[in-house]
Design a protein around this ligand. Sequence first.
Ligand code: TRP
Ligand code: SF4
Length: 351
Amino acid sequence: MNDTKLTDSASSKLAPKPLVFSGMRPTGRLHLGNYFGALKNWVGLQEKYPCYFCVVDWHMLTTGYENTSSLKDNIREMVLDWLAAGLDPEKCVIFKQSDVSEHAELALLLGMTTPLSWLENNPTWKEQLQELSKTKEELRTFGFLGYPVLQAADILLYNANKVPVGQDQLPHIELSREIVRRFNSFFPDTFVEPEALLTWSPKVPGTDGRKMSKSYGNTIQILETEDSLKEKIRSLYTDPTRIKSTDPGHPEPCAENPPGCSAFSLHNIYAGEDFVKQRKSDCRAGKIGCVACKKDLLAEMAGPFAQFRERRNQISLNPESVSDILKSGAKKAKTAASETMARVRRAMNLV
Ligand code: TRP
Ligand code: SF4
């Protein structure tokens, strides 16, 4: 009973104009890994496309349901850091998933057509189950298994066709596409298949030379104070085979080429090409000491970090601002989401 009129109006609405959606779990303050891996890219996209950026607090609950006491603070801190990184609520829609209940409704309906085996075979689920079950309560929950269905609902509610994500999220985007295809096979032309928008981003080393990650306790936050940034740069992991400053060093990313040097990876991100080339050869030749080299790094990072701090201070002057931004974002998101839900209900003969 999917009459053609509905199909026509649906597809005209779904003309392939680029529309961006992405989400982030509210883990609290942003670090440089989050910034270079996602936020910097989002800030660029808001200039070019209509964008929705969502605090996915329900996704957080899929693994963090046993203690939600810091959830509200973490959401607030993360949104403040989004703004400090340069997201502008005048240019994009910033909102919280749980403020738009349509996300739950659509996830429920997509769940009707999504085979359990797809979720059970999801590599991300299997890995995380292994990794997190050491520290977490019961993780074999309905909610956690359904993580990709909720993620598909996030994207599809806004007819978003561009989804900026990191490499690690590709299986989830592929699942979203499969979920769409199967749903559309019963209810034709309801959704467009979203695409991952992969942008190159530098690998950010943590202060200990491993990948930067909150769980390793090796992060540099974007809101470090001048002093704490200085201290973190001072204590950065550098090539441990260099005892004297005249010893030849290994200015390489540590993960790819041990022993490597975190400071060098950061120069690679913050300094110009010529400087990096010169520093590489000076380090290899034992012509520069690590203390001096890190001083240069701190000087390169000072400007960008001052800008983060300045933006965040501006925003913190008005304590209401985060809740206001989320409220007005939710209103805009809700308008778009409820249009989609009306279409879905019609397509499924629920109305
Ligand atoms: N799963 C994503 C992550 O962990 C977060 C996310 C939830 C998301 N919903 C989304 C990302 C929709 C892109 C689109 O990073
Ligand atoms: Fe790293 Fe610089 Fe020391 Fe070389 S001189 S090991 S690049 S900190």
